[in-house]
Design a protein around this ligand. Structure first.
Ligand code: N2P
Length: 358
């Protein structure tokens, strides 16, 4: 009997040793890049799918690609941790928030040699000094795209123009809490980072007055709707405007005169990443000037990559509406990380406005 028990124990030990060794072996293979997967979490319509294929072919890594439509949705999912992501692309204030909540790992710059192609203008920004946790992907502004023909030749120059009685049911709004609260605050002459409760309530009340002019609050379909002239006016991110304007030449884009938002979307590696080496490889791949130029041309957004910019058609790279100079962007505001509670409050006010709209 004793011998039988001993034999059992021996078999167990051998089986465990085998399992352990083979898992170590897999780990080394993974490290070499063989057959490992990489899970990427990016904004919708924000990459040329051909580039994902190219990356897979070059590295043998299989990409699992998921999209989000707001910083808030992205961050909630990363916090919950159900799905783990190797690369994500949050904006400025969200990067600051994710750093604060220890959701990011520091980048190893020695694995990102292509970082040298990024213009110094987009490096070392206040939300991530030294680019310890993030590197530039796209940048842009928030503004108004409008169809002058549909407006009887009327030009739009300011946020306050949106309240014009003639725009009844003509406006599509991007589905973003900071963007929509921000435009209302800006229209009142306040900062889009204002935290004064009276100002915030005033901004929300003013948004409610915009309701008759608002046709819908939408996600990425905003581009298709505006290009098809389903509405005359849209509040959009600049790159979406560029994309729509390439499909419908009656449209124009303006950064409203009261001021607006300047934003930066950067690539980061979330704390839960399983393929940190692959994540660096992907980030470096997207920083490659040829790939960055191809991506910018496909998506329509503005590249922070100096060398990629030189590869773009002149009419694109010299278009001041989408590549505003520093003097212009210096007058715009980047969203501050207002802290968990204040950001939740912005979301709440925006949600109340959305309910009011329905
Ligand atoms: C792309 C959305 C761009 C996000 N669909 C702007 N931060």
């Amino acid at each position: 009997m004793k011998a039988l028990v001993r034999a059992f124990i021996l078999v167990f030990i051998i089986a465990f040793a085998f399992m352990f060794l083979s898992s170590r072996l897999n780990a080394t293979q993974d490290f070499a890049g063989g057959g490992k997967t990489l899970t990427i979490y990016n904004w919708g319509d924000y990459i040329d799918p051909q580039l994902i294929k190219k990356f897979e072919q070059q590295t043998g890594i299989q990409v699992i690609y998921q999209t989000f439509d707001s910083n808030e949705a992205m961050m909630t999912k990363i916090e919950q941790g159900g799905t783990t992501f190797d690369v994500a692309v949050p904006s400025d204030y969200t990067i600051s928030k994710m750093k604060e909540e220890h959701l990011l790992i520091p980048l190893d710059h020695s694995q990102l040699p292509n970082l040298k192609y990024i213009s110094p203008r987009f490096m070392n920004l206040s939300f991530d000094k030294g680019n310890k946790y993030s590197v530039p992907y796209f940048w842009g502004t928030v503004g108004i795209v409008y169809n002058a023909d549909m407006l009887g030749g009327k030009k739009i120059t300011s946020w306050n123009d949106l309240w014009d009685k003639d725009l009844k049911n003509q406006i599509l709004l991007v589905d973003g809490a900071r963007e929509v609260m921000g435009l209302s605050l800006n229209s009142l002459g306040y900062s889009l980072n204002d935290t004064n409760e009276a100002h915030l309530q005033q901004a929300k009340a003013k948004l409610n007055q915009l309701t008759p002019n608002v046709k819908a609050i939408v996600g990425d379909e905003i581009k298709m709707l505006l290009a098809n002239e389903e509405a005359a006016v849209g509040v959009v991110w600049s790159g979406d405007a560029a994309e729509i304007m390439s499909e419908n030449n009656k449209l124009n884009y303006v950064i409203p005169k009261e001021g607006s938002n300047l934003w930066f979307d950067n690539m980061v590696i979330p704390k839960t990443a399983k393929n940190v080496k692959g994540a660096h490889a992907f980030i470096n791949f997207m920083l490659d000037p040829k790939n960055a130029a191809q991506n910018a041309e496909y998506v329509g957004y503005s590249t922070p990559n100096e060398k990629a910019l030189k590869l773009l058609p002149k009419d694109v790279s010299t278009d001041k509406r989408f590549y505003p100079d520093k003097a212009t962007t210096d007058k715009l505001e980047v969203y501050d990380n207002l802290g968990k509670r204040m950001l939740a409050h912005y979301n709440e006010l925006f949600l109340e406005f959305k309910m009011h709209h329905k």
